[in-house]
Design a protein around this ligand. Structure first.
Ligand SMILES: *Cc1c(COP(=O)(O)O)cnc(C)c1O
Length: 391
């Protein structure tokens, strides 16, 4: 019998059992015990299945990346602490000082900021291009171009990228990294059109319940081996608990996407007829600038995001947000189970220079609706009340 101090310290008994659980276990552990140095070498070299340190790998990371990779048609993936962590792991494993990146002009604000930071601090050259003008992409490519970054469906105006044409233009030696956060693999699988790395903010649809901060990249073996090295050296690793939650969320992704698409489609048609609304941005509407590309790439899986332009600016939108709350809250995220609204010009795209922001169409009169799983008629009435001027 050991003393209580020793008995207590050596607790954490893992009971052996052979009945598999209906849900995976959560491995909230810093490290894994190894019988000896030889076994450590075997695990390190990947010859024996096993783990040794959670910053490097953990069963929950593997469970999550395995499921995302399969949905996206790849075999390998790396989970990171956030979407931005996953972008960092991908980009920093490819480019060095003096290299060049081409990036879509209509892009998530932090992606834009990240690339500018890379340019200022490490002299990685960046050119932003308008994907509606593919000739400008061709012109932007240099011998030093290593990466092309774009979104399959852009934030927040929902422009669908012609991935097939883009792949042809950039050729085979440039790594094509596609942010598939908005479309999800239920909308489009960028790999089918030649993407090398598919990137997600898993804080959004993949998890889908507004309770996780997580990112993931999936791709081929070589690209993911390099990205994993960046992930573990820069300390971008995900938390096992977040991976576990998002793995659970993934199980209902197709159902959730079908539901939000159906409701968003109905809301977009109705909003387009609303007297207060100047313009509705939804790829499923024939009025959308990339509706034809949407039909080609998404078919009818247009997703749950709608951007709405009204007459006026921040103060009119602020009034609408106050009227929508608490039923539909202003929450600077998207893809929660509940419907939320956000204001791109003041949140996700706030730190873009005003001219860049306007160039990608993010004007002061636009707010974004992330359609959730509620009943269509309830949402329609709540939106109608908030959009209808009082007094
Ligand atoms: C939220 C988001 C990101 C960043 O992901 P985080 O998880 O917030 O780091 C990247 N791209 C798009 C399209 C996003 O919506």
């Amino acid at each position: 019998m050991t003393h209580p101090a020793t008995t207590a310290t050596r607790g954490g008994h893992v009971p052996p059992f052979s009945t598999p659980p209906s849900a995976p276990a959560i491995y909230m552990t810093t490290a894994f015990d190894l019988p000896g140095l030889a076994e450590f070498e075997e695990v390190l070299a990947g010859r024996e299945p096993g783990y040794f340190y959670t910053r490097v790998e953990n069963p929950n990371h593997e469970a999550f990346t395995h499921d995302v990779a399969r949905l996206e048609g790849f075999e390998h993936g790396v989970a990171c602490a956030s979407g931005m962590g996953a972008l960092s792991a991908a980009v920093l494993s490819v480019v060095k000082t003096g290299d060049h990146i081409v990036c879509a002009r209509a892009i998530y604000g932090s992606t834009h900021q990240f690339l500018l930071q890379l340019q200022a601090s490490f002299q990685v050259n960046v050119t932003f291009v308008d994907l509606n003008d593919l000739e400008s992409v061709r012109k932007a490519i240099r011998p030093s171009t290593r990466m092309m970054i774009c979104e399959s469906v852009s934030n927040p105006l929902l422009e669908v990228t012609d991935l097939q044409a883009l792949r042809q233009i950039v050729g085979s030696s440039i790594i094509l990294l596609v942010d598939n956060t908005f479309a999800t693999p239920c909308g489009i699988r960028p790999k089918d059109y030649g993407a090398d790395i598919v990137w997600h903010s898993a804080s959004k649809y993949l998890n889908g319940h507004g309770d996780v901060m997580l990112g993931v990249i999936v791709g081929g073996e070589e690209a993911m081996r390099k990205a994993r090295t960046s992930m573990l050296l820069y300390g971008l690793n995900a938390n096992p608990m977040e991976c576990w939650l998002a793995t659970r969320g993934l199980r209902t992704l197709p159902l959730r996407m079908a539901r939000v698409t159906q409701t968003a489609q109905q809301l977009a048609h109705w909003l387009a007829t609303h007297p207060r609304v100047k313009k509705v941005f939804y790829p499923g509407l024939t009025s959308h600038s990339t509706h034809q590309l949407a039909q080609k790439y998404l078919q009818d899986r247009f997703g749950g995001m709608i951007s709405i332009e009204i007459e006026g600016g921040a103060s009119e939108i602020d009034t609408i947000f106050h009227k929508l709350a608490p039923a539909i809250p202003f929450s600077p995220t998207l893809a929660d189970a509940r419907t939320t609204v956000s204001y791109p010009a003041g949140t996700s795209h706030k730190f873009m220079a005003a001219k860049d922001r306007e160039a990608c169409g993010v004007t002061a009169g636009i707010f974004r609706l992330s359609v959730g799983l509620e009943d269509f008629e309830d949402l329609r009435q709540e939106l109608d009340r908030a959009l209808t001027p009082t007094g």
